[in-house]
Design a protein around this ligand. Sequence first.
Ligand SMILES: [Cu+2]
Length: 140
Amino acid sequence: MKKILALIVLMLLIACAKEAISQPTIPKIDIIAPLSLPEKPQYEPPPTTPMETGNTVEIKMETKNNEFLPGEITANKGDKVKLTITAQNAGHTFTLPQYNIDRELKLGEDEVIEFLADKEGTFVFYCKTHPAMKGKLTIT
Ligand SMILES: [Cu+2]
């Protein structure tokens, strides 16, 4: 049985070899159109429940004379921060890039900004219209 198999294999090899000799072939290059990029995986935020403290820190802030008052705010990591800002003398923005916050503060209106303090550190927030108008958020 093994011999027969070996013979068949040998015959096939010879057949292939003959073909190769009699018909020199140009190496075939397959041009494959680039596959379209796979769709971006949908971003699923990691479950945040375990690190949330369940505390909500309410901070009232106003803007006066192109200043944030208070200019320094703090929260603990895992707290939900509820920031209510009243723009007193002009329109401003509350911009905090590390938390993807960029909110317009309309004159005389309360703007409520809520976010989960999930990143530790000291972050500068500012007004895009008045770059000198800055404040600090510290999450510990
Ligand atoms: Cu401003």
